[in-house]
Design a protein around this ligand. Structure first.
Ligand SMILES: NC(=O)c1ccc[n+]([C@@H]2O[C@H](COP(=O)([O-])OP(=O)(O)OC[C@H]3O[C@@H](n4cnc5c(N)ncnc54)[C@H](O)[C@@H]3O)[C@@H](O)[C@H]2O)c1
Length: 245
């Protein structure tokens, strides 16, 4: 099956690392245009390759920057067919260690950032008659986690709630809203995990290992493609079977 990616325009956040970088690479190879958004200007600049990729340095927690990023994508490529929103930060502080400042920072990037990205692309998607929005949750919101702290897990629980509510609200505009829900994945976010910890999680995972970033990126791309036109409100586990409904 051809996902019909050639000539489509994807706005990808978190594009400078991990799943977002992998999605960007796969999309460009398939002939799609990518507005690659990330706060890491240096990595974005190093990735820049050809006219099909527009690097956009942006902090997704800042509304004016997110609005400008969506407008820049629309101006350059003429539309925003799909958004793959991966950008987020991990926070491992326990409930004993958390401060209101840390809590707010995690919520600002992970949850407010998600709301801002969705709101920024809506006018463009409505104008063009529809679109695909793919958010990123986390197994920590469904299973609980002692690796990622409560602020991170709560922010990702908010992403799941947003996915369901936005799918209901935006369906009549032909805009689908889905989320990928990764388990532990070998990316920049996983740096610092001990080999013992990785082995322990792998041993509890039916597929016997942790995910590679492209294995999550490909599911997100599918949800952002025309092949998933009639899928909305879904939170798709990409976790090797360590948890399922
Ligand atoms: N890696 C895992 O084990 C795992 C598990 C579950 C869910 N997730 C989720 O998957 C998504 C992708 O994570 P990853 O593992 O590829 O992480 P990563 O750290 O490799 O990449 C995240 C990217 O987001 C960017 N970013 C962070 N804050 C930003 C901001 N304010 N504005 C713009 N860009 C910002 C970073 O610069 C980085 O390039 C995240 O939403 C994460 O919460 C990851």
């Amino acid at each position: 099956m051809n996902l019909g990616l050639e000539g489509k325009t994807f706005l990808v956040t978190g594009a400078a690392s991990g799943m977002g970088a992998s999605a960007t690479e796969i999309l460009l190879a398939a002939g799609a245009n990518v507005a690659a958004c990330d706060r890491d200007k240096e990595r974005l600049a190093a990735m820049s390759n050809g006219s099909a990729m527009l690097p956009i340095p942006v902090d997704i927690a800042e509304q004016d920057q997110v609005m400008a990023a969506a407008a820049a994508c629309r101006d350059r490529f003429g539309c925003i067919d799909a958004v793959l929103h991966f950008a987020a930060i991990l926070d491992r502080h326990t409930i004993d260690e958390l401060t209101p400042e840390i809590w707010d920072r995690v919520m600002n990037v992970n949850l407010r950032g998600t709301y801002l990205v969705v709101q920024a692309v809506l006018p463009h998607m409505r104008e063009q008659g529809g679109g695909r929005i793919v958010l990123t949750a986390s197994d920590s919101a469904r299973m609980g986690s002692l690796v990622s702290g409560p602020a991170y897990a709560a922010s990702k629980g908010g992403v799941i709630a947003l996915t369901h509510t936005l799918a209901l609200y935006l369906g009549p505009s032909n805009i689908t809203v889905n989320a990928v829900c990764p388990g532990l994945t070998m990316t920049g976010m996983s740096e610092g995990w001990s080999q013992d910890f990785i082995a322990k999680i792998a041993s509890r995972t039916p597929l016997g290992r942790l995910a590679q970033p492209d294995e999550v990126a490909r599911v997100a791309i599918f949800l952002g493609s025309d092949a998933a036109n009639f899928v909305t409100g879904e939170v798709v586990e990409v976790n090797g079977g360590i948890h399922f409904d």
